[in-house]
Ligand binder design. Sequence first.
Ligand code: SF4
Length: 496
Amino acid sequence: MSAKTYEVRTYGCQMNVHDSERLSGLLEDAGFVRAPDGHAEGDADVVVFNTCAVRENADNRLYGNLGRLAPMKTKRPGMQIAVGGCLAQKDRDTIVKKAPWVDVVFGTHNIGSLPVLLERARVQEEAQVEIAESLEAFPSTLPTRRESAYAAWVSISVGCNNTCTFCIVPALRGKEKDRRPGDILAEVEALVAEGVTEITLLGQNVNAYGSDIGDREAFSKLLRACGAIEGLERVRFTSPHPRDFTDDVIAAMAETPNVMPQLHMPLQSGSDAVLKAMRRSYRQERFLGIIEKVRTVMPDAAISTDIIVGFPGETEADFEQTLHVVRQARFAQAFTFQYSKRPGTPAAEMDDQIPKAVVQERYERLAALQEEISWAENKSQIGRTVEVLVAEGEGRKDDATRRLSGRAPDNRLVHFARPDQQVRPGDVVTVDITYAAPHHLLAEGPARGVRRTRAGDAWEKRNAAPEQKPAGVMLGLPTIGAPAPLPAEPGGCAVR
Ligand code: SF4
């Protein structure tokens, strides 16, 4: 009898992407195999939704998808549907009340229970709803099936101790829990031994790492310790909070060669009054002060951010302050969002909700300003020689014969002319930047050098054996080689 197949659909932030790698690992450990590339919807024996709860339409989208699967399940009674992630943690048994054809509902703190719950639902022919109130096991202790052969997420903490008024994450992911530094470094060393060349340290509030284990400098020490791991070429981290951005972290970034000159730091608003209403515990001056300190020691660092437009009570003068910070900070990239109510958050109950038309108009002004700055910042890269980590699945399909794509150390996307020598994802190509667009760079001339790496070998080995080929599961996101910023939903530090 052939093995049962599964698919995992992922929505929301990188924390969910990381959890989905664990869900896939758990199912494969339990004998399931991934549904083949391009399989028809409803063909998989088990469909798992790893949901996001940050925006209102997140609910509509989930129930819409579940509705579409209902008739398929009627035709195939053995098929099972499971719902996990933040929306499951929030809605719990409401999901099986609204969609009684769902077999399993599990939360953000007990993803490890999925295989057992699927089996129990099958044997007892009854839906299983199991939500833990606090973390049962650090996801990193669970089996995993990583999407990329050469880049990996490494979770260092879960949950958040902040209480931003627009955010539902603390209610769904709980208080901050830190992993022991030794566990993290052991995982990083094991990944490097498998050929991984780039890691991204993950945490809802990554630079607050250490508050749970009583060491306020634990994060900068972790960065420096990663700097000593042989074969680890690139270290990134996401998402930091401006309040916890201390000098020791900036110094560790500047003094540790494999920590990349790239920083994503959510601003959310440039107005002190709005930051106060958001309960963001920093103000404009501190935010710009951090940017200045970072640029003093890492002048080439690419800085990106998140901004919410139209937060309740935001005046035209407040919005002008946001534009002022954007002009000052000169972000390489900004993820801009229109505020939308999230039931269950304090901001949703606030007076003075801004009319949609006003929010839209401000949003367009901000987007136009940032587009101009992103392009100008990218143009300043023309003439530079950069090392590009070749990525999988980031290039334009219609161009794959002539060009490949990848990420520069500052995480900028680079499309470059395909070298004569064979190049694999995970290898490193040195190129000269010849053209800049607002959201990518081009290197049209011949490569200056190609470095075949252990990461490239790992990719080749993984893609040699047909059963090892990473099937294009129906993720909410494209299969990405090196971690790339994701257009996440506002209202939570979208762990990028
Ligand atoms: S926005 Fe980020 S820092 Fe604020 S509560 Fe949400 S996850 Fe925590």
